[in-house]
Every structure is written in structure tokens, then in C-alpha cells.
Design a protein around this ligand. Sequence first.
Ligand code: MG
Length: 380
Amino acid sequence: MTRKSGSTSGLAPYAAQAAGSAGRRHAEPTSSTRNDFQRDRDRIVHSTAFRRLEYKTQVFVNHEGDLFRTRLTHSLEVAQIARSIARNLRLNEDLVEAISLAHDLGHTPFGHAGQDALNLCMKSAGGFEHNLQSLRVVDELEERYGAFNGLNLCFETREGILKHCSIKQARLLGEVGARFLQKRQPSLEAQLANLADEIAYNNHDVDDGLRSGLITLDQIMQIDLFARHSRVVEKEFRDIAPRRLILETVRRMVNFLIVDVIETSSALIAAAQPADLAAVRLAPPLIAFSTGARTEANELKKFLHDNLYRHYRVQRMATKAQRIVTELFDAFHADARLLPGDYQRSDSSSQARAIADYIAGMTDRYAMREHRRLFAVDEI
Ligand code: MG
């Protein structure tokens, strides 16, 4: 047999192995050139939902500036961080990359404000949660294959995408929800993608927050993780320009957290000695920050929450976003004939879900345009 690039050789015994995957929901012939996790990654990259990430808000709405992170660049940063750590821990880079690239596919336009608004609109129809929606996108909503709905991804990729889930939801999700009922862990690759997400957004939100002027250098110097690294940078490069000081500091913070996860997780894995993926599922979480780094990361998270995400300018945009999402939902709900034909349903509960799918799939600018089309009399 020819060796596929990125083959499973060299992986730790507790890594997820493509050849040992629990499989796809619809059986498919294997590929002669790629393993199953590589195929999953490629399917995600080629999906419509992935391209939409470019025009979806992370914190700053896309049109606020060209240099801020979008969901797409955020997802790429998560994948990069996760792969670096995976390589060092001899975990499966293909799987961790697939999970990372897909983890935000279900996000609504306008970031968390959009999701909260849609969740309220959907209160009597099962609610809306972006993480569940990411799974729904890859399981149902993408329409690119003749034989099935969705991307037909491997079980391991799907369980990684479903980071959290209520017990009530877990009961409805079959095999991919089972671990929440059994209180078991997902693969180390899934645990890792989750932590890489946190490393990415905490650090890039510092960069974007300072770039936007919504937070200041003086403010963030009160945060240990930032202050500690920036003092080293200032010592090493006297008279460094503020912008460079920020970027050099953020770079070192990311590196510090990556090294910390590698060292802490290595020690946890060495102590637990999981023989294989099945043992990983029964063990406690093994991918983690050290206690010190966890404390510092939490402090930074709280700072961003209080000073950036709650900043009045971010709040103004969030309020506008809530209004747009709510008004779109209410208009479609009141009269489904306003919806594109593909989203019209004959019964009311599946109609509500189809409206949520339609709105969740919108990019920021598409949602604004659609809002104008529905509410501005001179717009068609
Ligand atoms: Mg994310």
C-alpha cells in the first residue's frame, strides 16, 4: 500500500488514528491519496459555510476595519496553534486541523450578539446555540454531495466540533451526544482544539482591542500575563515603538501558553498513561494549562470581557446586531412567503428552524442587506 502523506506513523498510541476511525454516517469508499481526517479537513475548506467565515464578525464587525480578525482568520489561527501543540504531543495533526477549521462554522452574523438574539427568537422552538449549529452545518446543511446531506465527516471530527452540549440535547444527538450522558472525554485532539481556540481569541483580542483603541496599553499593563512579557520585551529592545511592543508581547504570550500546554499535558498524559483513544475517553481531561497559566489566562479573559466586549462602542454594534437579527426573524416568522423558496416549510416548528438556519448562515453584510431589502421601501 502506498503511504499517504501525514500517515499515522509517528503518532502516540493515545492519538486518534484515521485508520481506526469510528467511521462516517454514510459509508464511502476510502481514498487512495488521503486518509479520512485529511479528507474531512478538505471537505471543510471547500464548504460554503467555511467561505462565509470571512465576512462574519469575531469581535469587530467586518466593515469596521481591514486588519481585525474575522471568523476565518480566527479559525486559521486556532488551527495553527492546535497543530503546533499536536505535533509536539504526537497527536493527530490532520484531525486537530479539521476540528479547528470547523469549530465556528455555526456562528451567526455579528458574533455572540447575533447568537443571543437568535436564541431568544427560537426560545419556543428549541433555542439556538452556535456550537450545535456547527455540527448541524456539517451534518445537514451543506448541500454538495449527491448521496447525502452535509459533509459526512468522521465521528472523531464531529465529536470535536460538538464541544459542549446540554443533557437534553445530547439525548437527541445519538452517538455523538453519548459522551455527555456517560460523562466521558472526547479525543485529545478535540480537547486540544478547544484550548487552542481560547489561546487564539484571548491573544488576538488583545491585539485587535489595542489596535482599535478601545483598550489602552496602560489598562492592559495591569494584567500579569501581558505585563510580564512586555517588561522583558522593553528590556531587550529599548525605545521600541508601541505597536511593535504590543505585537512582540502578544507573540510571546501565545508562545508561553503553547509551551505551557505542551509541558502540562505531557505530564498529565505521562501520569495517566492512556494506552489508546478508548483509555483517553475514560480518563480525566489531559490537555490543560498549568494552574499558574490557567489563572493568568482567566485574568486576561475577565479583563477582555469587562473592558473590550462590554465597551460602549462594541455594545452599540451588538445592539444593532440584535435588532437586525430579531427583526429579520420576526418578519420571516410572521410571513414565511418573504423567505427564499428553499427555506419555506409547511409546519411551524420546522419553519422556525429553517428561518434560524437561514439567518445563521448569513454573513454580517448579507444580514444588513437583507434587513434593508425587507424594511427599506426604496430597496429591492
Ligand atoms: Mg472560536
